[in-house]
Design a protein around this ligand. Structure first.
Ligand SMILES: [Zn+2]
Length: 406
């Protein structure tokens, strides 16, 4: 893992950024696009705290902790960047405590890059929303009912306090389904808020040693014209990277793929693209195929804690009776600690007995699987065999579906 010596890594990044500044680019985060196959891309995200090869998967540490796994183990399984949530951390423990700790990295014991979600999505999905105003959103905490206001400025300030390597703008994430009138209103606000966030970024400086990048979020529900308007507007403003929000909120997968295609076609190839909150292994493969570089999702960790394992041959519910005397590893091709050391029978026992170790071993394996998926996709794109590899893996991941199609 890079990132222990911030000075050295930072110096390299500084050089690259200074180089681009000669041409009038003022990015705080650099991205190298190395290989492409169709729309699929393999590259490297250069952050102050180390390089992140893409496509990449970011384990989700909602409350400044990836559940049931220690940062040391995250490193061991090959995690390069983690996600934390500004909404949750702001409410608890609060930004004062994070500042006193010297930033989020110091507080949580993770030296690699961190991306923080702005909290826009959580305000709209989790909190007791009190009102959407032109200057921001008013909500009550889901923890203690206390009142808060998130403005675009405030959200940048909060993420400055956290010191995340990649910050996200405040956006309004409409639910699904959503009528076009409301989606258009939300789109307009999201564009305006993005511009205010960008200005706030320029007016403020990082509180800790590392530079902080800012990503915009393309919204617009399932409406092509709104998505186009959103993407074009944000690209016109110029951000370090572009995320696609408001997908994987209940719409059919075909809609997700259609919108992803529409949006990535409009994004600059020299900047990273991040599909927020997606998804299943199938979703990830299809989205990589449509030009996405970065992913985060709670599925591997959450499913793991519910005894659902992802393997190269599809999903396994380890509680099933058929595994009681199955002494084979969970996934013979997986090199993680769980698969090297333990049998399906033992994992089933751990879940049946309610042992904490069950959650830890499940998290290690499922995250390893997601990291493997992105790494293999990257290798396949480099070798120009992504398309055939994807097809073969998809057939193995859901054999039933492949049977239906053939
Ligand atoms: Zn494994």
């Amino acid at each position: 893992m890079h990132g222990t010596s911030n000075g050295e890594v930072g110096a390299e990044a500084r050089e690259r950024i200074d180089f681009w500044a000669w041409f009038g680019y003022t990015y705080t985060l650099d991205f190298s696009l190395l290989h492409t196959e169709g729309q699929a891309r393999a590259g490297v995200l250069h952050t102050w705290r180390g390089d992140v090869p893409t496509p990449c998967f970011m384990p989700v540490g909602t409350q400044a902790a990836v559940k049931a796994i220690a940062p040391r183990e995250l490193l061991e399984i090959g995690t390069r960047m983690v996600l934390a949530n500004a909404y949750h951390v702001y409410l608890r423990p609060g930004t004062d405590i994070i500042r006193e700790a010297g930033g989020l990295h110091a507080f949580i014991g993770w030296e690699g890059p961190i991306l923080t979600d702005s909290g826009g999505y959580q305000v709209f999905s989790l909190s007791d929303l009190r009102g959407i105003r032109e200057d921001g959103v008013e909500f009550r905490s889901h923890i203690d009912g206390s009142s808060h206001v998130f403005t675009p400025e405030r959200v940048v300030d909060i993420q400055r306090s956290l010191g995340s390597d990649i910050m996200m703008v405040l956006d309004e994430c409409p639910p699904y389904p959503c009528e076009s009138g409301y989606a258009a209103e939300a789109n307009r606000r999201t564009l305006r808020w993005a511009e205010i966030c960008r200005r706030r970024l320029e007016q403020t400086a990082p509180l800790y040693e590392a530079e902080q990048a800012l990503f915009a979020i393309v919204q617009g529900s399932v409406y092509e014209s709104l998505r186009q308007e959103s993407a074009q507007g944000l690209v016109g403003m110029g951000f370090d990277g572009y995320a696609i929000g408001g997908l994987s909120v209940g719409e059919p997968a075909s809609e997700m793929y259609r919108i992803t295609e529409v949006v990535t076609a409009l994004l600059p190839s020299a900047r990273p693209r991040y599909l927020m909150g997606v998804g299943t292994p199938e979703n990830i493969l299809e989205s990589i195929d449509r030009g996405i570089d970065m992913f985060d999702c709670v599925l591997p960790t959450r499913n793991g804690r519910n005894a659902l394992f992802f393997t190269r041959k599809g999903k396994i519910n380890i509680r099933n009776a058929e595994y009681a005397t199955d002494f084979s590893p969970l996934d013979v091709e997986c090199s993680c600690y769980t698969c090297r050391k333990f049998s399906r029978a033992y994992l089933r026992h751990l879940f049946k007995a309610g042992e904490i170790l069950a959650l830890q071993l499940a998290t290690i394996h499922n995250l390893t699987f997601y990291l493997w998926l992105c790494e293999e996709a990257r290798n396949a794109i480099r070798d120009k065999r992504f398309s055939s590899w994807k097809k073969q893996l998809l057939a193995e991941l859901s054999p039933e579906q492949a049977d239906v199609e053939s």
